[in-house]
Design a protein around this ligand. Sequence first.
Ligand code: HEM
Length: 123
Amino acid sequence: MDYTVYKLIHYLGIALLLVAIGGVCIHAVNSDDKKANAARRLVLVMHGLGTFLILLGGFGMLAKIGEQGMGFPGWLWPKLIIWAALAGSIGLPYKDRKLSLAIVITAPILVLLSAYFAVFKPF
Ligand code: HEM
């Protein structure tokens, strides 16, 4: 598959993950009962698909740009940590409403930070 196709898959994954995180967090701000979320199954599927497509697109691009010498390039590590943090954040919103709001505000900033590491490759 072409590098550009992997990048589109990467972008789709990011969009799905952000919508899922936003959906769960905004529901959790309004209700303590996760089962009361009529769209719960949908957002969990979007979350799973999003986290997978980010990896598929990311490793696909990595293979295309031939950066995989000895292990991962330095700039990929913070991206992997951000991916794990965003993927894991879905389990937190119903624990604390303030946390839900913090996740909604922080998630887009983490996406920007991950894009920064991909574009500027600072190390
Ligand atoms: C939630 C986490 C992530 C976000 C928000 C994200 C975001 C982005 C963005 C916006 C770009 C495009 C930059 C451009 O237009 O050139 C990009 C490129 C890239 N990302 Fe991610 N990414 C994430 C996770 C990952 C992961 C886990 C990998 C691991 C394989 C990865 C590997 C890459 C690669 C290889 C590129 C292309 C770099 C290049 O062409 O030079 N990303 N990422």
